[in-house]
Design a protein around this ligand. Sequence first.
Ligand code: C5P
Length: 239
Amino acid sequence: MRDHRRIDPRDRLIVALDLPTVAEAEEMVRRIGPAATFYKVGLQLLFAGGIDLVRRLTGEGKQVFIDAKFLDIPETVRKAVESVARLDATFLTLHADPRTCRAAIEGRGASSLKLLFVTVLTSVDPADLAREGYARDLGDLVLDRVQMVLDTGGDGVVASGAEAAAIRAKAGDRLLIVTPGIRPAGASVQDQKRVATPAGAIQAGADYLVVGRPVTAAADPRQAAEAIVDEIRTAVEKQ
Ligand code: C5P
């Protein structure tokens, strides 16, 4: 269930630690200081000592989003989620497949780990879907999978700013929406194609924003994070 109204705007920014080594990630966390409380650790770092980093961050009171996008047979998913649940992370990503979703819910047991589902990867376009044998329209497939997450009891979805409003309209307050592809007005878009500003994503219904390079590649990461949090706060106040 979505409880965004009680979340401090500062806790709604998730900084993506897309860095090659734990040492660089730790240095980044140190530079950002109190400006961010929530970090995303993805596959690059998980396989380079990132699990210990997750433990250290949660031990320091930070929240951690483990972006591992699990998809496997139900028994493997269940056991893997049991292991993740022991790390005290806040979010874990999985692919939006019904058996994966049910197995993950079993695996997290009574832990507070929240399960977020990727509906359709943003790198997939309609031609890719057709080649993979899907006859569905991409937007419809996203909403079908959102329905599946609702039906099976997942906590939320990862969605771009462009999809967030339609998902919010369908799911109401029953799902968390976590939105990457965020670029403050005037920032470089880099390889992202469909970007939203922090305020635009909040207005579209996002609960949490995932921001990587606009913070980690900034000359002053702390100041960049503070500016995004200010923008989130102003957007929330207007809601
Ligand atoms: O540097 P940037 O802000 O583009 O980083 C965004 C982060 O969100 C990256 O870790 C990227 O893998 C992740 N992400 C994304 N688009 C998605 C899902 C995840 O950019 N649809």
